[in-house]
Design a protein around this ligand. Structure first.
Ligand SMILES: Cc1ncc(COP(=O)(O)O)c(C=O)c1O
Length: 409
């Protein structure tokens, strides 16, 4: 029987068109990358470096990368180290710049609207640290945002005298109209900025960004989208969504290199935010951005190709189908309540459960950890979140449900 180690060796070698890593090390030109796997659950799962037997239900915090991602970073680093200056500002530098084109195609925008960042937090902070606000202005957001977005808004409020207003999200949310109405009714004539997650970190709610953008059109409100949980999980078309900026990470659902991210800044609003980072242009390397990690960024581009090849809508459907199964199985667990939306259009590939009073979530979380089941413990709630990605199986869900039954109550 083919082992995972055999599979990793085979797909990595054929991905590089090489007979093995030894052969690849002698190459100084960047070989064309071809992903050898089919992108099915079994193939993706076998290509991961996850500990044998681990049930990994927390892509929402950090995604596991296929082995070829690490191999590729290593391979490109070897090429870089063969002649650092010549490679960094030569062949590899050109490859790195080309990643912005891939990112633009991935998010459906223009290349000069893309910045390659280190993560979502950095992208959002670049925006909020330079957005112009006046004392008394309001920045609307929700009580379900992640600290990575909130920190920048708090900073903006502190330096400008503006006020952050947090809308209390309905839980569970019942319909698109209800969510749109709650956002719209929290706007005031003073609202100058709005920040919403595309997929919220607390309940996995899929925010109806397009409908909200339509509702605020013409109101002079700067619309910031936190897409940390979306890229690699659902299809994203930033133009259709109608947001002004969109930030995401490469190391969650994209399963790409750690410390990589994308930031979209719509052409029309680029003069409203002027981070030093983009002062000398949006290129990956520029006087204001400095020397970058070419190996990580080039590999991020290859990860985007890989997702295109698997088909973003196929990935989305597969994750959603598994999450629907997870919802169904959770119905049978005594002592937990699903706090994620039941309405299909508001659902994503993450489902969160509130642990009923009497059982601290730490007991359940630690019990699952001891059984090699990794889930997310949600801050401020007695709740846990389960992420269902393309490499997860019904068996993973079943084991998690059995673990919940064992530790809840
Ligand atoms: C909605 C949301 N925004 C931002 C972040 C921060 O992401 P990163 O650490 O990649 O910047 C997270 C991380 O979980 C998140 O869920």
């Amino acid at each position: 029987m083919e082992t995972r180690r055999d599979f990793i060796r085979k797909t990595t070698a054929s991905a590089f068109g090489l007979s093995g890593l030894g052969a690849s090390l002698s190459m100084l030109n960047l070989p064309e990358f071809k992903f050898a796997g089919s992108g099915t659950t079994a193939d993706v799962r076998k290509s991961l470096l996850l500990k044998e037997g681990l049930v990994y239900m927390n892509t929402g915090s950090l995604g596991p990368s296929p082995a070829w991602v690490s191999q590729r970073i290593f391979e490109i680093t070897r090429i870089l180290e063969s002649n650092p200056v010549v490679q960094n500002w030569g062949e590899l530098g050109k490859e790195m710049e080309a990643v912005r084109n891939k990112a633009a195609a991935f998010l459906d925008c223009e290349v000069d609207e893309i910045v390659l960042t280190r993560n979502t937090t950095e992208g959002l902070s670049m925006v909020s640290s330079t957005l112009k606000m006046r004392a008394g202005d309001e920045i609307l957001t929700t009580n379900h945002e992640h600290g990575g977005g909130e920190t920048g808004l708090d900073y903006l409020a502190r330096v400008s005298g503006a006020k952050v207003v947090k809308l209390k999200m309905p839980m569970p949310a019942e319909s698109i109209d209800q969510v749109v109405d709650s956002v719209v009714s929290a706007l005031t004539p003073k609202t100058r900025a709005l920040m919403l997650s595309h997929i919220t970190t607390i309940t996995g709610l899929r925010m109806p960004l397009r409908q909200i953008a339509e509702a605020i059109r013409g109101k002079d409100i700067f619309f910031i989208a936190d897409g940390a949980q979306a890229a690699g999980m659902i299809e994203i078309n930033v133009k259709e969504l109608g947001v002004d900026v969109y930030a995401t990470s490469g190391h969650k659902w994209l399963m790409g290199p750690k410390e990589t991210g994308l930031l979209y800044v719509k052409k029309d609003v680029q003069d409203k935010i002027n981070p030093v980072f983009t002062a000398s242009g949006y290129q990956s390397y520029s006087a204001s951005s400095g020397t970058r990690n070419v190996a990580q960024l080039i590999t991020l581009g290859e990860v985007l190709n890989w997702h295109e090849k698997m088909g973003k809508s196929n990935v989305e459907k597969q994750c959603r189908d598994l999450c629907d199964y997870c919802y169904q199985q959770l119905e049978d667990v005594q002592g937990v309540k699903i706090i994620s939306p039941s309405e299909p259009e508001l659902r994503s590939a993450m489902v969160s459960i509130d642990i009923e009073a009497g059982t601290p979530k730490s007991k359940v979380f630690e019990g699952l950890r001891a059984d090699d089941i990794v889930v997310k413990s949600l801050p401020k709630y007695n709740a846990l979140r389960l992420s269902n990605h393309i490499f997860n199986t019904k068996e993973d869900v079943d084991k998690t449900i059995a673990g919940l039954k064992k530790y809840v109550g």
